[in-house]
Design a protein around this ligand. Structure first.
Ligand SMILES: O=C(O)CCC(=O)C(=O)O
Ligand SMILES: [Fe+2]
Length: 304
């Protein structure tokens, strides 16, 4: 196993024997899902295997969860049983969930040629995705998101920006603005929500002594000019500290959604089996944080 610090993240490259061990843990499990529900039996089988994850790898994942690292990049994972492996490795991080209005528990980030794709930025588009945090328009965003690379195209970079490093570039006054509940982050059209469900919130808060960011620039509105200026300064600061990773098939990245923003470069879609394809899951450390908005049977969160 090869371990290295990468800018604000950490890289763990799995040895061939651990790759085989991991594959053996999920080989007999068959996960399946639809838009609204998933095979819970497979999920509990996967959860039972988590104690058998090679100990050194397990320790790296657990250590990451409580660290200041923006992301953990795992390389050289098996390239079959991707969804089972994604659920297995992230089971050490939190519980997987989806938004009831968005779709399946594991989403395929893959270009879909539709009219809508020309006018929006989402998991099914191939335009540039500005640095953002995940689900910033819901009350309790995921603690982590994880992406498993099934396939990539040349230049299909994933971007990451460490929040702490970006905040160092801002003034005290700008930080004060970011902490005011004066920002509305629009809900993207594919959720089918209306404006009444949009709330005013701060972009920055401090949770247990660490920053927690929510940001999505497209359509962001502030009550005040000073608020808007601070949000723009924040976006430029995130751009300045940006890191780029070209995920390879068999790589999995776990991103801390409080301490890091992420995005992606524009890429050329192929609309066939050679296309860029990342499988994405949202994770929460404690589902009780969702309160009554959470349906544990379906692992779905409702509302905004
Ligand atoms: O495609 C990527 O690399 C990331 C896309 C993204 O930000 C998302 O699906 O939330
Ligand atoms: Fe995202």
């Amino acid at each position: 196993m090869f371990v290295e610090t990468l800018n604000s993240g950490k890289l763990v490259s799995i040895s061939p024997s651990d790759q085989q061990n991991l594959f053996a843990l999920v080989e007999e499990i068959h996960y399946s899902q639809s838009n609204k529900e998933q095979n819970e039996e497979a999920i509990s089988q996967i959860k039972m295997q988590k104690k058998l994850i090679p100990p050194e790898l397990k320790d790296h994942i657990l250590e990451f969860v409580n660290s200041d690292y923006s992301y953990l990049l795992l390389k050289n994972l098996p390239q079959t049983k991707c969804d089972e492996l994604l659920l297995l490795l992230t089971s050490l991080v939190g519980d997987p969930f989806a938004h009831a209005d968005e779709g399946s528990l594991i989403m395929a980030n893959k270009p879909i040629k539709t009219e809508e794709a020309q006018h929006t930025t989402a998991y099914f588009t191939w335009n540039k995705f500005d640095l953002h945090t995940e689900l910033p328009y819901i009350q309790t965003p995921p603690d982590f998101i994880s992406l498993y690379c099934v396939n990539n195209v040349k230049g299909g970079y994933t971007y990451l920006s460490n929040v702490e490093r970006a905040l160092h570039l801002l003034s005290q006054d700008q930080m004060i603005e970011l902490k005011k509940p004066q920002y509305t982050i629009p809900i993207p059209p594919h959720f089918g929500a209306d404006k009444k469900q949009e709330f005013k919130r701060p972009l920055l808060s401090i949770v247990k002594g660490r920053p927690s960011l929510r940001i999505r620039q497209d359509g962001l509105v502030s009550e005040t000019e000073a608020g808007m200026e601070a949000a723009q300064a924040l976006q430029s600061a995130l751009d300045m500290v940006r890191e780029a990773i070209e995920l390879e098939p068999g790589s999995l990245i776990i991103i801390n959604n409080h301490l890091s923003a992420h995005g992606r470069a524009p890429f050329r879609p192929t609309f066939n089996h050679e296309d860029r394809e990342l499988h994405r899951v949202y994770l929460i450390e404690d589902v009780n944080k969702f309160g009554k908005n959470y349906d544990p049977i379906h692992r779905r969160i409702r509302g905004f």
